[in-house]
Ligand binder design. Structure first.
Ligand code: ZN
Ligand code: ZN
Ligand code: ZN
Length: 363
């Protein structure tokens, strides 16, 4: 009989977006299941037939920007050959009854993150990672300026087939869209409500808790210690400017969020020094993931305060961050039907594993 005394079964409410909740059910990880090794990562340096490999530049749409501007590129940005949102929509806005539509107008660009085909984030230099995020920043500035109909510019990365990457060569994407995506809207809206009540940014409060807070919960009747909470246990990686934390209500087993330590709403306000410090925390966090789960397939995406007049007063209350979501299972019907994510590893255990893993042979 498995010892289930230490297992957790609780619904955790996301502190920022309370309608997002997660069922932490650790006994479920003891369910019998077929152990399938994840498909090995494509670690080849160069692939003759890959359109993103150096030497094959003529196989992609034209270059929008390259870093550095001349000589051999280290990061290259091209139009997406199969954009999900296009520049010239010929369809009229057609709304009928309850079925409202918004024109699928937007821009979709591909950032080829590195000339080396199968390189993982933790294998890239910090300077290179800072350059990738600088390229996001430059494109976001450009796209916001280029068209006032664009309400949000989302930068994200899919890595590995389980995360929806259709091309194995390491790359990320930028989609400029005519709406603010709902999950971001909820974060912006709820953090503003919190600010109006508490006069504090909720993300800053969560960081403070993560760094310092310790609590003991006592049983009301017996006075015995029921649970000791050391919230510092959620910190995975930290330097003088950034922190990587394991969210208390993590939807994904190995989810990690990276945030600036000092309040900053807009990713576009990050300086060169910020990006370098950010790259350091990102690289180390990804190395920790590699050591703990190996060959992670993941999505990451950048959440920053949307531009536009309706968001101009959200700067004190919103705090930009990168959400990294490793994909270790496929959402079940229960998750899709209920919107309740199921996490089979307690975020505290996952954080401890990530924080304490030895990095000496990987960095
Ligand atoms: Zn390639
Ligand atoms: Zn803040
Ligand atoms: Zn977010």
């Amino acid at each position: 009989m498995p010892d289930t005394n230490n297992s957790t079964r609780e619904i955790r409410i996301d502190p920022i977006v309370p309608t997002n909740s997660v069922l932490v059910a650790t006994a479920r990880s003891m369910r019998p299941r077929k152990e399938e090794a994840p498909a090995p990562r494509d670690t080849r340096k160069h692939v003759e037939t890959c359109p993103f490999c150096s030497g094959n530049e003529d196989k992609t749409p034209p270059t929008i920007a390259a870093y550095p501007e001349s000589g051999d590129w280290k990061v290259r940005i091209v139009e997406n050959l199969y954009p999900v949102l296009g520049e010239n929509s010929t369809q009229d806005n057609l709304s009928f009854g309850l079925q409202q539509t918004i024109e699928g107008y937007g821009r979709h660009e591909v950032i080829i993150d590195h000339p080396s085909h199968g390189i993982a984030i933790h294998e890239m230099s910090e300077d290179h990672l800072a350059m990738i995020f600088k390229s996001y920043q430059d494109r976001m500035v450009h796209l916001y300026k280029s068209d006032s109909r664009l309400k949000y510019v989302l930068a994200f990365k899919n890595f590995g087939p389980a995360a929806g990457a259709s091309i194995p060569h390491t790359h990320s994407q930028i989609i400029a869209m005519p709406v603010v995506p709902e999950n971001l809207f909820n974060e912006v809206h709820n953090s503003k409500k919190y600010f109006e009540k508490q006069h504090r940014c909720i993300f800053c409060s969560l960081i403070d808790e993560a760094l310092t807070y310790e609590a003991t919960i006592y049983d009301r009747d017996s006075g015995e210690v029921r649970r000791k909470i050391n919230v510092g246990q959620y910190v995975i990686e930290k330097n003088e400017r950034f922190v990587a934390i394991k969210p208390f209500a993590s939807r994904y087993e190995w989810e990690i969020h990276i945030l600036p330590l000092n309040h900053q709403a807009d990713f576009l306000h990050t300086t060169e020094a910020d990006l370098k410090a950010f790259a350091n925390v990102l690289k180390n966090s990804m190395a920790r993931l590699e050591q703990v789960i190996g060959g992670a397939q993941y999505n990451y995406f950048l959440h920053s305060v949307p531009h536009g007049n309706e968001y101009s007063d959200c700067s004190p209350s919103y705090h930009w961050h990168l959400e990294i979501c490793p994909r270790t299972s496929i959402p079940s019907g229960f998750e899709l039907g209920s919107g309740l994510f199921v996490n089979t590893i307690s975020p505290e255990d996952a954080a401890e594993k990530l924080r304490t893993v030895d990095l000496s042979d990987i960095l």
